[in-house]
Ligand binder design. Structure first.
Ligand code: SF4
Length: 460
């Protein structure tokens, strides 16, 4: 594929030259949420570029403002509502401005977001991005009324053939799977992204090759339960191994796996393929079997701990991270104690910890009201969990001080003269370096830790 740089600040393009159109407008896109949403923004930007829209970095420069949203927690939606309000001031300089909301929150709330006075001209869900640019363009020239809702979920939409305008990081996000076949009772994802859809392996491999050709050092394979990937006789272990062997690829990561689909074959690929990073995100959510059952996570505390043991046995030097929800309805003190106990046993390198956030339409909201955990109890549990995790993380990272690691350099650090990068295990290191080193790897000695991140120096 012939690639072109559109030389826009802050972006590195993987956009085919033959698909460039004359500029028909300027689009500003703001992204909230997970890596999947970052990659969806790249898709939206690519689809908009095909229609002739140039991506700009500031809303005041734009004819179209799109807010690509997350619906996983109430807090994320509250932030977006506030931001949509703020963006309205740009209408005074541009009365024809189109403001659209895309992504999971758009799918969840739909037309409600466009009610009078809310300042939203269109909503588009995660399966509607292919048709979005034409609708936006028609709205901009007045040939289509404002108030359009593009919300059909489409079992066959994998966005094959839609080019992407990638960000300027070292990692190329490559979605291999959209949607989810699980129905964890707290989670809104299956309702806003639909059931699991896996891309053809050939399409994934071509996209990875194009990313490497465009200069990306690292590829991260994305899916809601990425390791349940299946396409004909390709499972995720085979896909990962094949991607890891592509010429020019330096590092491969993947997220987010489901514990049940962490197979022996997958762990063996992680152990054997030198380009696959030894970092595994294993969302546990709770350490109590009673809560796991009510969450419909489909594993037990014991089977999860077995999986952790197996992963650590097969993949040496493995870093483990997790997600935990506290105060799920009905969680007792002893359930929470089991979560703390599991955290002490596993000693995760990193943990993303949350308070349960009820999402309308999910089964957890139909649990008896008496099961709701009082705010002060939920806050206290979260505080305890965070404190425990930080202590463990500090202990793990202090033991790393003095060790040399290969660091992939991602961007300038806040401290002048320093660059920021990640080790294979995903640990963040700041060390003195040059801006031109971005996307390159260096051997770095870890010389101190804040507990969560490291300071380093070039190893001689
Ligand atoms: S596996 Fe569960 S938590 Fe993860 S996206 Fe699917 S439903 Fe949500």
């Amino acid at each position: 594929m012939k690639l072109v740089s559109l030389s826009r600040p802050g972006t590195r393009e993987t956009f085919p030259r033959e698909r460039l159109n004359p500029i028909s407008g300027r689009v500003y896109i703001e992204t909230y949420g997970c890596q999947m949403n970052i990659n969806d923004t790249e898709l939206i930007a690519g689809a908009m570029a095909e229609q002739g829209f140039l991506r700009v970095n500031r809303p005041e420069q734009a004819d179209v403002v799109l807010v690509n949203t997350c619906a996983i927690r109430e807090h994320a939606e509250t932030r977006v509502r506030g931001r949509i309000g703020e963006l309205q001031r740009h209408r005074s300089g541009n009365p024809d401005l189109v403001v659209g909301v895309t992504g999971c929150m758009a799918q969840r709330l739909g037309p409600e977001l466009m009610e009078r006075g809310r300042g939203v001209d269109l909503v588009a869900g995660p399966d509607s991005y292919r048709g979005l640019p034409a609708v936006v363009a028609a709205m901009g020239d007045g040939s289509l009324a404002r108030g359009q809702a593009l919300l059909d979920l489409d079992d066959s939409e994998n966005y094959e053939g839609v080019p992407q305008v990638r960000g300027n990081g070292s990692t190329a996000w490559v979605t291999v799977q959209r949607g989810c076949n699980h129905r964890c009772t707290f989670c809104i994802v299956p309702y806003v992204r639909g059931s699991e859809k896996n891309r053809e392996p050939r399409a994934v491999l071509e996209e990875c090759e194009a990313a490497v050709e465009a200069g990306y050092t690292e590829v991260t394979l994305l899916g809601q339960t990425v390791n349940s990937y299946q396409s004909a006789d390709w499972d995720f272990a085979r896909l990962l191994r094949t991607v890891s062997e592509l010429e020019g690829i330096r590092r491969v990561r993947f997220t987010s796996p489901h514990p049940n689909d962490v197979s022996r074959e997958l762990l063996e690929v992680m152990a054997e393929a030198p380009t696959v990073c030894r970092q595994l995100h294993l969302p546990v959510q709770s350490g109590s079997n009673r809560v796991l059952k009510r969450m419909v996570r489909r594993y037990t505390r014991e089977s999860f701990l077995d999986k952790v043991d197996r992963a650590r046995t097969i993949v040496p030097d493995l870093a483990l991270s997790t997600d935990v929800i506290v105060a799920f309805p009905g969680e007792s003190e002893s359930d929470f104690g089991l979560t703390l106990d599991l955290m002490r046993r596993v000693r995760f390198d990193d943990a993303f910890t949350y308070r349960f956030s009820p999402r309308d339409g999910t089964p957890a909201t139909r649990l008896p009201p008496d099961d709701t955990i009082p705010d002060e109890v939920a806050a206290s549990r979260l505080e305890q969990l965070i404190a425990l995790h930080r202590r463990i993380q500090r202990e793990i990272n202090e033991a790393e001080v003095g060790v040399e690691r290969e660091v992939l350099i991602e961007r300038p650090a806040r401290s002048p003269g320093d660059m920021l990068g990640r080790t294979e295990q995903g640990k963040v290191v700041a060390f003195p370096g040059e801006r031109e080193w971005r996307g390159q790897c260096r051997r770095v000695r870890l010389i101190s830790t804040t507990g969560a991140t490291f300071r380093g120096e070039l190893a001689t």
